[in-house]
Each structure stands twice: as C-alpha cells, then as structure tokens.
Design a protein around this ligand. Sequence first.
Ligand SMILES: Nc1ccn([C@@H]2O[C@H](COP(=O)(O)OP(=O)(O)OP(=O)(O)O)[C@@H](O)[C@H]2O)c(=O)n1
Ligand SMILES: C[C@](O)(CO)[C@H](O)COP(=O)(O)O
Length: 262
Amino acid sequence: MNTTPRIHAMIVAAGRGSRFGASVAKQYTMLQGRTLLQHSVARLACSDYVDKCLLVIAADDTTAQTLDFALPIDYAIGGAERWQSVQAGVGAISHSGADDSDLVLIHDAARPAVPSNDINQVIEAAMTEPYGAILATPVADTLKESYFYSTAQSELTNETVSSNHNHNHNHNHNHNHAHSYAKRTIDRSNMWQAQTPQVFRLGELKRVLAYVCTHKLSITDEASAFEYLDFPIRLVTGSRQNIKLTYPDDAILLAAILTAQS
Ligand SMILES: Nc1ccn([C@@H]2O[C@H](COP(=O)(O)OP(=O)(O)OP(=O)(O)O)[C@@H](O)[C@H]2O)c(=O)n1
Ligand SMILES: C[C@](O)(CO)[C@H](O)COP(=O)(O)O
C-alpha cells in the first residue's frame, strides 16, 4: 500500500440549504465578515496536507467565482444529491491525472469550524487505511426511537398510552393531531455522529459511488457507500465544534464557535 499518497481536497457546495430556509444558498451565509464557503476553504488551507481545492458548485451558482479564497481553486458542477456532487468532483480529480491510490478529501461547505488539527488527523488515519477514514463524534445525548400517534384514532388506545406512561396528554378530538412518543431508548455506546472531512482512496471511492448509482441507493455521506459493501472506514474522533449549518439555530452556535476560535 502507498503510505504517502497525494491528497486531493474537494468542498461540496452545490446544495440549496432547504432545512436552513434562507433565500440565499446556506454556503453563502455571512459569519464574521466571510461566507461559510470561504471559512471552510480557509480551514483546509491551514492543514499541512492541502495546497489547492476543488469546489463543487451548483450549475446556476453565480457567487463562488466572485469570492476570494485562501487556496488556489478549481471548479466542478454538482448534482441533485450530495453524493452526485461528490461523484462529479471525483470525476474531475480522476481526469486531472490522479492515481487510484491517492486520497480524496471531501468536506462540507457547511462545516466552517473544523479545527485544522482534526483535518490533519483524519488524513493521517486515512493514509494507513485501505479504504479511508472520517471524522465523527460519539453520540452524547440519550437517544430515543419514536412512534407517531394520532389523537384522532381510537380513544381507548389513546387513553391506554396516556395512563401507561402517566402523562397528561392534551387530547383534541376535533383535529387529527399526530405527535411523536418515545418508543425506546437506543444503546448509544457504539453510536457516532458523522462529520466531514471524509477521506478515501480515489479508486475505491469511484467503485463504491458506481455501486450506489447502479443500485439506486440513497446515502447522506460517502462512508455509507463503503458500509454497503462492508469496506471498513475508520472513525477518527473529531471536535464537537465541527458542527454543520443545517437549521437556523445552528447559525447562533456557529457564530459563537468561530468567535471563540479566532
Ligand atoms: N446536491 C447537493 C447537496 C448538498 N451538497 C453539499 O453538501 C453539504 C452538506 O449537505 P447538507 O447540509 O444536506 O446541505 P444542503 O443539501 O444544502 O441542505 P438541505 O439538505 O437542508 O437542503 C453542503 O455543503 C451542501 O452544499 C452538495 O454539494 N450537493
Ligand atoms: C456528510 C454529512 O455532513 C456528515 O454528517 C451529512 O451526512 C450530510 O447529510 P445530513 O442529511 O445533513 O446528515
């Protein structure tokens, strides 16, 4: 195995940010006078291993190329799903003459607070792995599996649920209100929250993304594609500061984290 592979960094920035809900794509949200995308590129620039970056942007993006970045930038056009944006980036990296044993680092534009030391650590872990490594954090909170219950359903069942759990549910039988209830508590001892960067061998990444495409799988990160094929991906414990801007509340946390880090 090649233990000193080249690193090809890409940031995926072709999403719409529908859960964030702003009129501007969330990667262009301003924090501390810079867009999230600029912050994310700057974090990669602080890594010991990254000297340029491929930005995967939406076909109708007119913003990225007007911004200044902390690294030399190449561009590729993303797809409808995140993994399709990654696949477009992988294609561009492959066509640029990269070797299949090289490492591809994939980072979310929406994670601008990743510590540069975490970036170095996940790259160094991936260098020793046949497939790759990702940053992740052990789940910290008690985890509940839920079920939906509609108050417009049988009154008897409804009251049984209420008395069994000793809760005073506020029933309103004039409306069909579905609420979530706690079904059980999941053992969190081996549960992790995936972050980015995620770092993989180029050849293996191409192979698992082709598998996702052929089998029409739905995945939210590239590590999932490796999991489908039982290919081991190492989990490297990352900082809890590396949150993703997903919902509006996250902007408050991210602003505080970036201020504390600066
Ligand atoms: N088709 C897509 C979807 C997502 N992303 C990128 O993947 C990262 C993480 O994805 P997510 O938080 O899901 O971003 P969005 O898809 O933009 O958000 P949402 O799911 O709320 O619409 C973001 O930097 C986003 O720009 C992408 O490049 N191409
Ligand atoms: C890639 C990712 O950021 C890792 O946490 C994530 O999977 C993106 O998708 P999500 O649906 O927001 O979890």
